[in-house]
Design a protein. Structure first.
Ligand code: UDX
Length: 439
């Protein structure tokens, strides 16, 4: 089987690498020629555990190829996956210009049956637009009878665990509207069925909705727990115990109940906004999701608030350290990261900042430049600091040397945005300690 995947971002590249690993011939396509040249030289544009090895191995084996030109490979392949970006418009809706550009290229060059699968997160109804756009271009070329199918196959991979998520997913959701499309998708996902998972076939609109509803549900759990944590702080309860107590109920489940300093990344913030906007466009008010968003905005400011309260507002001219910049561990992605909000507030308040992240330093530097000091390691970051903010729960931050830290910091205050330390241990080591919803 031969497939093309358009877009070599997280989703496209991981999909390409994983399908090629299963023996499928894959063309990964991107309009960015520099990115494609780099990939051919073995330079991977993103940090994702296991991805580099998989890409290099399959590229060398000749199963994974890179190209800038969909036109050239289009009539060689059985399936085209579209995994191009859908950046938010000004009003928060997903911008479909790249998705529709791919559809036009397909319509302008197609000479045989093909299945066009959308993997990008797109609003309900996009598959219909894709179909109409391809058809329109075929009609212009006098090829209105050429058969093709569209399908929706949303991706649920998590950054940092993308390869595992793709190789052994909880489920694969496929929205289809013909038996022929189902046969193709069945064949393609066959190697993965051995790994004991379920394929869920739905109509196309439902598949498109499943992706948004899943992310919105997860974001809702997080905002709910953040709200509960903030209340725990006020009434003197411990959210870690509350989390365990409610998570033990099978109906609730243990996962995704961790309070913190807000969710970030390329999916939750964008998808929640897009779903609210889809509803607004249709005249429906998505009240719950609006609250989910505003709780998250508030939560991103909570570490700064704790710092200001501790020093009774006397913070200008102080120095602080930040451990962790990425929106979560095991990625260099800083999109919508809580660290960005914290840094902005600190700078506005005249605070000096030293930062350290195991992999995301370059990414943050691209965004904010030299307004902070980039430390060479986690201990270098805390030199002379009046507070340490723990923002991303990288493993290497979990068991630091309290003795060394106490000597290096100017004042032993830790504000833990991910609840990774045990308050009594840290206090015993001589620190003041604040976290989210616990002591
Ligand atoms: C998410 C979805 O999990 C994935 O299925 C979808 O395809 C894309 O969006 P991702 O953005 O990579 O994946 O990260 P995820 O691990 O879900 O974390 C998202 C954010 O939520 C992070 O900022 C994380 O710190 C935060 N989070 C997660 C919490 O604050 N508490 C939790 O309990 C879990």
């Amino acid at each position: 089987m031969k497939i093309a995947i358009v877009g070599t971002g997280y989703v496209g590249l991981v999909t390409g690498a994983c399908f090629s690993e299963m023996g499928v011939d894959v063309y990964c396509i991107d309009v960015d020629s520099e990115k494609i040249d780099n990939l051919k030289r073995g330079i991977i544009p993103i940090y994702e555990p296991g991805l580099e090895d998989l890409v290099l191995k399959n590229y060398k084996a000749g199963r994974l190829k890179f190209s800038t030109n969909l036109r050239v490979v289009l009539n060689e392949v059985d399936v085209v996956f579209s995994a191009v970006g859908t950046p938010p418009d000004e009003d928060g809706s997903a911008d479909l210009k790249y998705v529709l550009e791919v559809s036009r290229t397909i319509g302008q060059n197609l000479n045989k049956y093909i299945l066009v699968v959308t993997k990008s997160t797109v609003p309900v109804g996009t598959a219909k637009l894709v179909r109409a756009t391809i058809q329109e271009e075929l009609n212009k070329r006098g090829k209105s009878d050429l058969a093709f199918d569209v399908a929706s196959n949303p991706e649920f991979l998590k950054e940092g665990a993308a390869i595992d998520d793709f190789m052994s997913p909880d489920r694969v959701v496929v929205g289809i509207e013909s038996d022929r499309a189902k046969e193709v998708m069945d064949r393609l996902y066959k190697p993965f069925t051995l790994n004991n998972y379920r394929i869920i076939y739905t109509d196309i609109s439902s598949a498109e909705m499943i992706k948004y509803a899943a992310n919105a549900m997860l974001a809702t759990r997080i905002s709910f727990m953040n709200d509960i944590a903030n209340l725990c702080d006020i009434v003197g309860a411990d959210v870690n115990m509350v989390r365990m107590g409610i998570g033990a109920d099978n109906r609730i489940g243990k996962k995704f109940l961790y309070p913190g300093c807000g969710y970030g990344g390329s999916c939750f913030p964008k998808d929640v906004k897009a779903l609210i906007q889809t509803a607004t466009n249709k005249g429906y008010n998505m009240q719950l999701l609006k609250a989910v968003e505003s709780v998250n905005e508030y939560q991103k400011g909570i570490l700064f608030e704790k710092f200001v309260n501790y020093y009774n507002g006397d913070i200008a001219g102080r120095t602080v350290a930040i451990w962790g910049l990425a929106f979560k561990p095991k990625t260099d992605d800083v999109r919508e990261a809580p660290s960005l909000v914290l840094i902005k507030k600190l700078i506005e308040a005249g605070v000096n900042i030293r930062v350290y992240d195991p992999v995301a330093m370059n990414e943050i530097k691209k965004r904010i430049g030299d307004v902070v000091i980039y430390a060479k390691d986690m201990y270098d970051a805390i030199i002379d600091s009046d507070a340490l903010f723990l923002v991303t729960e990288w493993n290497e931050f979990r068991l630091p040397s309290w003795v060394a830290m106490k000597k290096i910091m100017k004042y032993p205050l830790i504000i833990d945005g991910r609840n990774i330390y045990n308050g009594s241990d840290v206090r015993e080591a001589g620190f003041e300690y604040y976290c989210i919803g616990a002591k």
